[in-house]
Design a protein around this ligand. Structure first.
Ligand code: UN1
Length: 507
């Protein structure tokens, strides 16, 4: 089945496509998943205006009732779990088991926020003066523009859409063109759950039109908050644009996530973690492992076991039980291949039976599926990474893991922090003091002990620092600070003007 994807503004399909592109199944490029009508900037602006028009009515619906809509969405996603996971696998090539996990993450997010509809707590605060009471309230920010990436085409959007809607905001959502069909499917589930037309508007557009539309919408005053998941480069451009309008976007950007292996670590456990976060989703998670830093005395043994694990891993058709499938798209593979230039100076490539694309002519042992039909690349482990290397600080967004060595714990911390990113980091150790010290000194927003750099749960704060983001956090109660603003109220029932500071009661 081929999906037809168009923008939907206030419930009506937008016919003003500026071009039509196709999204392909990266495991079988002959399989066209969707034909996508890409909108121009004017559609984005119209969507923001529609969202503005719908906002007051949506905010007027009591939060517990909005919570019921989120509850229905959770049940609908659950009922359609396999179908949505199959579509994710088909459109971006994520192994089916991981796609199921991704859909589960939406369900978890809904389960968390349905209850938040009955909380959204404010506070009562004592006043300096008698007969006066102070309060705080969470109020919706207004119109939110959410721009998301193809690698987590359903779960990560839900981290924005669900709390934004629950908090009484209206939304313009621009999914990635490469996952347009998944975007459309999720939007349809949200409308079916009872989110009114105009409250969620879907814009199918490329990055350029989106940026231009966002610029116009911000200058017209019809966007109040931007949420963006994607590259650091685009995140910076969005941040600069938002800054002009005195807005702070919610950003979830790249990572060069380190995994530290202390000499006292359980090495098999560390290998398992490195395999999952280095090569799962073909290294295309923002939480993917960048470099493993291993204490010198166990470096050779770790590398031996890690290499053996990668060599024997099954790669290929994402509907089978594989470690990873194809990259999301040919463009991702081309970009990844450019990074292979950075590998050359190291001359040490482990874990692979080839370099670059897996094809019939450049095969891999333990490959399942039809190599020539898809966008598959060989896994790589590059040893000898130091803080001087480009690979130390470059996110490759593919199945490539660097390995470096350290002697002291202090060196490990320095290496884990020094690349500029600060999304997630992991340490493998059996020494509790190392674990806590690492957490204290690590700049990453998310730290794992004896677990991989990936695998965030839906109710913990998700986000990074440095090049990984501006400190904004998604998920759990923390995201409420992105999608609501605090409003205070003071209520004086003294029957006379009481002046703060000047009329404070003295003892
Ligand atoms: C992302 O890659 O943008 O923790 C998000 C994880 C996933 C989410 C990754 N649950 O790896």
């Amino acid at each position: 089945m081929q999906h037809k994807c168009v923008s939907v503004v206030a419930g009506a399909p937008d016919q003003r496509a500026s071009s039509v592109v196709r999204s392909h199944n990266p495991a079988d490029l002959d399989d066209v998943v969707a034909e996508v009508s890409l909108a121009g900037p004017e559609t984005f602006v119209d969507a923001a205006r529609a969202a503005r028009g719908a906002q007051a009515d949506w905010a007027a619906i009591p939060a517990p009732v909005r919570g019921q809509v989120i509850a229905r969405l959770g049940r609908l996603v659950e009922a359609n779990k396999e179908a949505l996971a199959r579509l994710i696998t088909r459109e971006i090539g994520k192994p089916y088991a991981e796609s199921l996990g991704e859909v589960q993450e939406i369900v978890d997010t809904c389960d968390f926020f349905l209850g938040e509809g009955r909380r959204l707590y404010g506070q009562t605060v004592p006043s300096e003066m008698p007969d006066k009471q102070l309060f705080t309230f969470r109020v919706p920010v207004g119109v939110t523009a959410i721009i998301t990436a193809a690698n987590f085409p359903a779960a990560v959007p839900s981290w924005y859409l669900v709390p934004a809607l629950l908090c009484g905001n209206t939304v313009v959502w621009k999914p990635a063109e490469l996952s347009a069909a998944v975007g459309q499917a999720l939007a349809e589930l949200i409308w079916h759950a009872g989110v009114p037309l105009g409250v969620l508007n879907l814009v199918q557009a490329d990055g350029k039109a989106t940026f231009a539309g966002l610029e116009q919408a911000l200058s017209a005053g019809v966007v109040d908050k931007v949420g963006f998941t994607g590259s650091t480069e685009v995140g910076r451009a969005i941040s600069e644009l938002c800054g002009r309008y005195l807005q702070a976007p919610c950003l979830e950007l790249g990572g060069k996530n380190p995994l530290v292996v202390m000499a006292d670590a359980d090495l098999d456990l560390a290998v398992e973690g490195a395999l999952f976060s280095g090569f799962g989703s073909a290294g295309q998670r923002c939480t993917s492992l960048g470099t493993v830093f291993v204490q010198r005395e166990v470096h050779d043994e770790f590398l031996r076991r890690f290499t053996a694990a990668v060599e024997s891993a099954v790669i290929g058709d994402p509907s089978q039980g594989v470690l990873y499938g194809p990259l999301i798209d040919v463009r991702y593979a081309e970009r990844f291949e450019r990074y292979l230039e950075l590998v050359r100076p190291h001359h040490l490539v482990h874990g692979s039976t080839g370099i670059g694309r897996i094809t019939d002519a450049n095969p891999r042992k333990g490959f399942v599926g039809q190599a020539d039909r898809g966008v598959y690349v060989h896994p790589m482990i590059v040893d000898g990474i130091t803080a001087q290397d480009e690979l130390y600080r470059t996110e490759t967004f593919g199945p490539l893991v660097g390995v470096g060595t350290f002697d002291t714990f202090d060196e490990a911390v320095e290496l884990a922090n020094g690349h500029g990113y600060g999304l997630s980091a992991a340490i493998y150790t059996t020494n509790a003091s190392n674990a806590f010290r690492f957490r204290e000194r690590c700049r990453a927003g998310m730290v794992s002990v004896n677990n991989s750099t990936s695998g965030a749960e839906a109710h913990l704060p998700f986000g990074g620092n440095g090049l990984s983001g501006n400190g904004s956090r998604q998920s759990g109660v923390w995201v409420l600070d992105q999608f609501t603003r605090w409003q205070s109220m003071n209520w004086d029932y003294a029957g006379k003007l009481q002046k703060a500071q000047m009329d404070m009661v003295e003892l």
